[in-house]
Write a new protein. Structure first.
Length: 392
């Protein structure tokens, strides 16, 4: 019997009957997709290998996880979990061991080091708190699976607190910056893409996956659905390289699949853009996919990284300043959409619907600064009422 990871498990016993019982138990574990144990204590590395190749692949097949997420888990396990913890037997893991591991991760240099500016001393960038938090979350999820398989009595990762790992707050364009940006984008084939992301608060991948059949410009509706992403492939054992591919993947949440109202101004822009694209397609010798709204000059899907490059070039032309040495991102158009909606007097529930977040808490966490503004306005209103009472 060959396991998904290519290994051949064995059982042994001086008693033939016991050996047969062990073999039956082994076959049952394989059929159930449970981690393989052959009487010996399972190490964390052995368990995680089975977890990635069996349990997570079953979750992908069941539509409970994307393949890109499974590969991301596998990468972080290979780079940050197994080297430090892989040799520990599952039952021997303790909260103290995991706290020491997290502390070392926080002191570990990142694979991506910033290039020093001229005249500056090079500095070592460490793993972000978000990465450390992600590694802890992966281990906690894996140990929950081990606990369900009755390999361990408790999940020690639940007893250890990782760094907060909070995402950096997005940045919103000012009206003046937006005017400079779209003036610089005039005549650019990318301009309509940027306008669509801003007007509808879309994610980059969602915008790149839009098809004309998803749009009803007369009714002013767009059905937002899957996302175009570059999906990472497995690492080639011989070359050490990874081959990826463009793929249309499921939305982040069910709430992401939703009809969105298209502003009339954007509908007019998209109608004109469709006429231009039709003329371009008819003049082209080859056009791969006539259904894509945003495509290359030969009708193929747009590589997300090329969209990033085009965006960075536009920001440079428009002289959009960096904040804390960080470029303005495409995703910040989504933040701009939320901020502008808020300035127009829309509440957080309305913004949640516009951004298609499944939970209001998600919207509130990301746009805490907007929530504070709402609370300030409420406090100011109460201040007026209290002042009126004091004047009596």
């Amino acid at each position: 019997m060959v396991l998904p990871d290519g290994s051949r498990p064995t059982v042994s016993s001086k008693n033939k009957k016991k050996a047969q019982e062990k073999w039956k138990e082994l076959k049952r574990q394989v059929e159930d997709g449970a981690p393989i144990t052959t009487g010996r204590t399972t190490s964390l590395e052995q368990f995680l290998r089975q977890w990635i190749e069996v349990t997570l692949k079953q979750r992908v097949a069941a539509g409970k996880m994307t393949e890109s997420t499974r590969i991301s888990y596998a990468d972080h396990i290979r780079l940050h979990i197994v080297p430090a913890l892989g040799n520990y037997a599952l039952p021997k893991l303790t909260p103290a061991i995991l706290r020491g591991w997290i502390l070392k991760l926080q002191q570990k240099p990142s694979a991506r080091q910033p290039k020093p500016k001229e005249g500056e001393q090079p500095r070592v960038a460490l793993l972000s708190d978000r990465t450390v938090n992600y590694c802890h979350a992966i281990l906690r999820t894996a140990l929950n699976s081990a606990m369900r398989d009755e390999l361990i009595p408790r999940n020690v990762a639940e007893l250890v607190e990782p760094p907060s790992g909070k995402s950096k707050r997005g940045r919103a364009l000012t009206t003046e910056e937006a005017e400079r940006l779209f003036t610089a984008a005039a005549g650019d084939r990318w301009a309509v893409l940027w306008m669509t992301i801003l007007a509808l608060g879309l994610r980059r991948g969602e915008a790149l996956a839009i098809r004309w059949e998803h749009l009803d410009l007369d009714a002013g509706l767009l059905l937002v659905g899957p996302s175009l992403q570059r999906v990472r492939g497995e690492v080639n054992e011989h070359t050490g390289r990874r081959r990826g591919k463009l793929a249309v993947v499921k939305s982040k949440t069910e709430s992401s699949d939703a009809p969105v109202a298209v502003p009339e101004a954007l509908s007019k822009i998209l109608k004109a853009y469709r006429r231009e694209q039709t003329a371009e397609r008819l003049a082209a010798k080859v056009w791969a996919d006539p259904g894509l709204v945003f495509a290359t000059s030969v009708g193929t899907p747009i590589e997300p990284r090329n969209a990033n490059r085009a965006w960075n070039a536009l920001c440079d032309r428009a002289e959009i300043e960096r904040v804390n040495d960080q470029r303005l991102r495409i995703h910040d158009l989504r933040h701009t959409c939320a901020t502008w909606l808020h300035k127009q007097g829309n509440d957080m529930k309305t913004i949640q619907g516009a951004l298609r977040h499944s939970r209001l808490a998600t919207t509130s966490d990301i746009y805490t600064h907007l929530t504070v503004d709402v609370q300030r306005r409420a406090a100011d209103s109460m201040d007026v009422a209290l002042s009126a009472l004091n004047s009596m």
